[in-house]
Write a new protein. Structure first.
Length: 415
């Protein structure tokens, strides 16, 4: 028998074994019985699939599916363990918190007739949720907020950024020396979904960091070319007790002096946390948060998600390049009026700039902004795919719109 026929038979046997294994042990979603606006599934926190110690969280099944990384898919092992199909880590518990563990030491689970999942350790513990209700809340609204600089603590103190009113705002002192920091204490460990800032006086350069102890900080976002009056940053279910915004360079001024200002700042956080509780006590919940049902699904293939995520660095590079060019153009715009009717050499130089960097920016803005508008008819699942894979379509659309405005204003000033 020649080599290629041997290889073909080996591949056929492998496919047959895989198909039989999938049929014998299919993947399933753990759908919660909890009362909620959407069907909720037990999943692995965003970006933590395959990481030991990652939290198991409850999130809308449609949102988790859109991520395409298998965070919502589970399989049974022969010894009673439940393993995540995407990362091959098992569902377990550290104290009362439900997390991923290595399958060599992972906990076992037993499905009860009433829909509870009982943990296989001493005691009578079942999978449940702690918290008021399913969904996302604004953790900043309940937290304490401080700032390193304020123009007037009574009229524009840091608390004005989280008071729920769009008519008030926090403002820094005029011409602050060095970076200005706004810090939010979230009131405990939270799984964060996103940060939204409506700027009163935008920062051109700023960064966002999170911390679990208030001592060690991890930077999760940074830009030096912000030209927008609103910012939304996906935080991917990361855990933190504190969040801070560090502003390095102002993008606005008041009476000719640099200033930072935030109208509203909100931090989305999941209301619930997966935990184990006494089975009898958990069974008395009024919203069936202790009940879980297995919904079987087909084969898991993460290829499409990986392909999409592999393109994100290029998208981010293009976004940063466009923002940088337009930010520089916006800074020069006030001086351009004096160039109107300038000597031919100056006009030619300005035209050359707009034809190269500025002109290409206009073309890109028109092209992508047009695609974004047509995308408004997409189904919710497509929007979830964008959000879960790090594509911030609303922010891109806002950037393109502002870029076009600035570039058109620049051309009008020059010609």
């Amino acid at each position: 028998m020649n080599a290629w026929r041997v290889c073909s038979l080996v591949l056929l046997c492998a496919h047959a074994i895989n198909a039989r294994t999938a049929a014998e042990n299919p993947s399933f979603m753990l759908v919660s019985g909890i009362t909620a606006a959407e069907e909720m599934c037990l999943t692995v926190a965003d970006g933590k699939v395959g990481i030991e110690g990652a939290d198991a969280i409850l999130e809308p099944c449609s949102v988790a599916t859109a991520a395409g990384d298998g965070r919502e898919l589970w399989q049974h092992l022969s010894n009673g363990q439940i393993v995540n199909a995407g990362g091959k880590k098992c569902l377990g518990a550290e104290g009362d918190t439900v997390v991923l563990t290595g399958c060599d030491s992972g906990s076992t689970w037993e499905t009860q007739g009433n829909g509870q999942l009982k943990l296989g350790r001493a005691g009578n513990y079942c999978l449940s949720q702690s918290g008021l209700a399913a969904g996302v809340e604004d953790a900043a609204a309940r937290g304490a907020i401080t700032s390193s600089s304020s123009a007037d603590a009574a009229a524009h103190g840091a608390n004005m950024a989280v008071d729920g009113s769009s008519k008030t705002f926090w403002a820094s002192a005029l011409d602050p020396a060095g970076p200005v920091t706004v810090t939010v204490d979230l009131g405990g460990l939270k799984h964060l979904s996103d940060l939204e800032i409506a700027w009163e006086f935008p920062a051109k350069s700023f960064s966002v960091g999170v911390s679990s102890d208030g001592v060690k900080w991890s930077e999760v976002f940074a830009t030096d070319s912000n030209i927008l009056s609103s910012t939304r940053i996906a935080l991917g279910s990361m855990s933190a007790t504190k969040l801070r915004v560090v502003m390095h360079e102002a993008g606005a001024s008041f009476q000719g002096q640099a200033v930072y200002g935030i109208q509203t700042l909100s931090v989305g956080a999941h209301r619930l946390q997966s935990m184990v509780a006494d089975c009898a006590a958990a069974g008395k919940s009024s919203d069936a948060r202790d009940k879980y049902f297995e919904t079987y699904v087909g084969e898991f293939a993460p290829g499409s998600s990986k392909a999409l995520r592999s393109e994100l660095p290029a998208l981010e590079a293009a976004r940063a390049s466009l923002a940088s060019v337009v930010s520089a153009l916006a800074g020069a715009l006030p001086k351009m009026k004096s160039c109107h009717g300038a000597p031919a050499a100056a006009a030619a130089a300005a035209a050359a700039f707009l034809k190269s960097d500025g002109g290409s920016a206009v073309m890109l803005a028109r092209s992508v902004d047009g695609n974004t508008r047509s995308a408004s008819t997409r189904e919710q699942m497509a929007e979830n795919v964008d959000r879960q894979n790090g594509v911030n379509a609303p922010a891109l659309s806002a950037l393109f719109k502002e870029s076009r405005r600035i570039i058109i204003a620049s051309r009008s000033a020059l010609f």
